[in-house]
Design a binder for this molecule. Structure first.
Ligand code: NAP
Ligand code: F7E
Length: 355
């Protein structure tokens, strides 16, 4: 296929976890020209996409800069925009309230306005990275078994409140102006490319580099000992539960959502809930060890071979906690044929192997 026939995909947030996997996925389809928007940073931020740099075009930009977003969309006239750019850390959003709003709420508005005012409504589709955080503690307060496209949204963090604004603007632009704008309401998704301060990656990095020492990566279970210089893991709420998928499965879903004949919002997730505690136990088990819990609340500790290995630490508590999330991806499965390949156990395997 010549470059003239290729679709142009503009990816905001290409240097992040999802941006890197989405780029790989679109490249595998062979009919996309990918333009990635990266932020200026004082240290290099392209580590997750360096391996495909010669297959994509990278340009500097910032989603919070209105003129910049207009200029980029005007210049590249994209067929598809994937907005993955965000201040994506929930706990940090409590300290960066306005910044999170500028990037996560008003950033997407810049994209939507550009499409409308540049007259691209019939050419350009836009995917917005919405989140299960929109629901807040709805599962518990409404006694639901899982969250779908119709579940009530009650955000409990500045991050989720900003994302809820974007969610509604996407819906509004679709209804009011006929723009193909859609929300992928994604449950948590992880990988070895996950940011180091999200809980799954933090646990895996701790186990692999701070507590265990493995002689041979291939057979971790039978070749692991405790490190001489081991340090315990400091962790927050152990009994929070999340619906964890692999990011590779999710980016395929993002693409499918944009290929649908009608613009609609979709929930993506595994439908399986796992607590932080269980995630820790699974990771430790993958190294061939077990953990024993003693105490409760802030006094609870996890022991490996009678030694304190996990310490509950209030520094990782949030002013408002979202304690339970699990998605119902039935609509995506039925209408889009989306089917995740990873399970929680194969996700953990991938994270341990490649982190
Ligand atoms: P991530 O790894 O934190 O990536 C975020 C990306 O946004 C990075 O490329 C980052 O650039 C970029 N970015 C941040 N501020 C920007 C700005 N002002 N202008 C332009 N780019 C900016 O997040 P992710 O896990 O890939 O998630 C992708 C999207 O899905 C995010 O919008 C997130 O909120 C949403 N989401 C994620 C999950 C999940 O579990 N992963 C679930 C639901 C929704 P740098 O590399 O320079 O920091
Ligand atoms: O926390 C608990 C924490 O920071 C998961 C983002 O991608 O998914 C992500 O947000 C749970 C929470 O992810 C620690 O309190 C315990 O209950 O990995 P996390 P998140 O807040 O769910 C949603 C869907 C997004 O949209 C976001 O962009 O784990 N937890 N101890 C901890 N969390 C962290 N980070 N660190 C701890 O030590």
């Amino acid at each position: 296929m010549s470059s003239i026939d290729k679709k142009v995909a503009l990816i905001f947030g290409i240097t992040g976890q999802d941006g890197s996997y989405l780029s790989e996925y679109l490249l595998s389809l062979h009919n996309y020209k990918i333009i990635g928007i990266m932020r200026r940073s004082s240290s290099f931020n392209t580590g997750k996409i360096d391996h495909i740099r010669n297959k994509i075009e990278l340009v500097y930009g910032d989603i919070s800069d209105t003129a910049c977003v207009f200029e980029l969309i005007s210049k590249y006239q994209p067929d598809e925009i994937y907005n993955l750019a965000a201040q994506s850390h929930v706990a940090i959003s409590f300290q960066l309230e306005k910044y999170t709003m500028d990037v996560d709420a008003l950033g997407p508005l810049n994209i939507l306005q550009a499409i409308r005012l540049l007259g691209l409504k019939d050419k350009c589709k836009v995917y917005q990275a919405s989140t299960s955080e929109l629901y807040g503690n709805t599962l518990n307060t409404h006694h639901l078994t899982s969250l779908d496209e119709h579940s009530p949204m009650n955000p409990v963090s500045p991050y989720a409140i900003a994302k809820l604004y974007a969610y509604h603007m996407v819906r509004h632009y679709r209804d009011a102006f006929g723009i193909f704008a859609v929300n992928g309401i994604l449950q948590n998704h992880e990988s070895s490319r996950r940011g180091d301060n999200f809980v799954t990656k933090k646990i895996v990095l701790w186990a692999k580099y701070k507590w265990f020492s493995t002689f041979q990566n291939k057979d971790i279970k039978n070749n692991t000992t405790l490190r001489g210089d081991r340090e315990p893991l400091h962790i927050g709420k152990l009994d929070s539960s999340r619906d964890w998928s692999h990011a590779k499965d999710m980016v395929k879903g993002m693409w499918l959502i944009l290929q649908s004949s009608t613009p609609e919002d979709y929930v993506l997730g595994s439908g399986v809930r796992t607590t932080v505690r269980t995630f820790i136990e699974k990771v430790i088990k993958a190294f061939g060890f077990t953990v024993e819990w003693k105490g409760s609340g802030l006094d609870e500790k996890g022991y490996i071979q009678n030694e304190v290995a996990i310490i509950v630490d209030s520094r990782y508590y949030r002013p408002n906690e979202l304690s339970d999330l699990v998605g119902n991806p039935e609509k995506a499965k039925t209408k889009l044929g989306w089917k995740p390949e990873y399970t929680i156990d194969t996700l953990i395997e991938e994270m341990i192997e490649n982190s």
